[in-house]
Write a protein that binds this ligand. Structure first.
Ligand SMILES: Nc1ncnc2c1ncn2[C@@H]1O[C@H](COP(=O)(O)OP(=O)(O)OP(=O)(O)O)[C@@H](O)[C@H]1O
Length: 283
């Protein structure tokens, strides 16, 4: 994995015109190339607004000398399309993402928009559809697919334009557990295969736990960030802002509140169970 920062956000604030409070309040963070970042936070905390700022759909407020850099390109009016080509977004509702009458048409749409020659499209489209395991549905109508299949087609459409960054904006929230796991596993495989950088905005704690880095938003502010271990061990902070905490961290906290001292290096449920079994056998 490369180690440079593919996204650099510095001193960024943003207020929607009709609102008094800023939706984003002076945030700074970096995202490493090829990494997985989760953004968590309550409804309205500013998660989607960050993504709209990263792909230039919104422009930061001028105060504080803000800067946004994506893949080494400083985001300005002149570079917005260059940046946008690097960021593919899968949205929450699969039904709002289709424009083609067949799966193949739909996946080809982004390529047509970018003026990719037909001779290249006929190679790229089937490859992208195959990558998400949907080849047998190439000529199907998107409207007739299941929610999980629709999200796979949306991902194929994004893969076709070869982005550097893929954003899942609550992309699994309308799927059942099986559909969700399929999508996450496809994205994970694509990430490794194409050295993609993944940003997932999610309310699902297991999905958030897949990340290398977690960003926690509250009322437009980035209140903590770090590895899953660093962030999810701040149980009280997360609970105070109404967020879920992994079951494992909740159990650890309860044990410690009951004066059961645990070693620092317990990183998984399995390690915790083994430790408690050993403790029990010594009693
Ligand atoms: N188009 C808009 N016009 C005015 N205010 C907006 C607009 N979009 C979002 N907001 C406000 O900006 C704030 C941040 O919204 P945003 O959608 O970024 O939050 P979020 O964390 O993604 O929420 P959710 O989890 O519900 O998707 C909220 O107070 C929201 O009401």
């Amino acid at each position: 994995m490369a180690t440079d920062n593919i996204i650099k956000i510095k001193n960024v604030s943003f207020s929607y015109p009709e609102s008094d409070a800023p939706a984003i309040d002076n945030i700074s963070f970096n995202v490493k190339r090829g990494s997985w970042t989760s953004i968590i936070g309550h409804n309205g905390s500013g998660k989607s607004t960050i993504i709209r700022l990263i792909n230039g759909l919104l422009v930061p407020d001028e105060n504080g000398n803000p800067s946004i850099e994506v893949d080494g390109i400083k985001l300005t009016d002149d570079t917005v399309w260059e940046v946008r080509n690097r960021v593919g977004i899968v949205f929450q509702n699969p039904d709002n993402q289709f424009v083609g009458t067949t799966v193949a048409d739909d996946v080809a749409f982004g390529l047509e928009n970018r003026g990719i020659p037909h001779s290249e499209m006929v190679k790229i489209v089937p490859e992208a559809i195959k990558a998400v395991g949907m080849s047998e549905y190439t000529n199907a109508e998107p409207a007739n697919l299941s929610g999980g299949q629709k999200q796979r087609v949306a991902i194929a459409g994004i893969l076709a334009i070869k982005p550097k960054i893929i954003v899942l904006d609550e992309a699994t929230s309308m799927l059942d557990p099986e559909g969700r796991n399929q999508i996450l596993s496809i994205v994970k495989n694509m990430k490794e295969k194409y050295d993609l950088t993944v940003i997932s905005i999610t309310h699902d704690i297991d999905e958030a736990n897949m990340a290398d880095q977690v960003l926690v938003m509250n009322d437009g502010k980035l209140i903590t960030q770090g590895s899953t271990k660093t962030v999810f061990s701040q149980v009280s902070l997360l609970k105070n802002i109404g967020l879920d905490v992994p079951f494992f961290e909740q159990i650890k906290e309860k044990l410690q509140q009951n004066a059961i001292k645990l070693p620092d290096n317990l990183d998984s449920e399995k390690e915790l169970i083994n430790y408690l079994c050993q403790l029990n056998s010594k009693m």
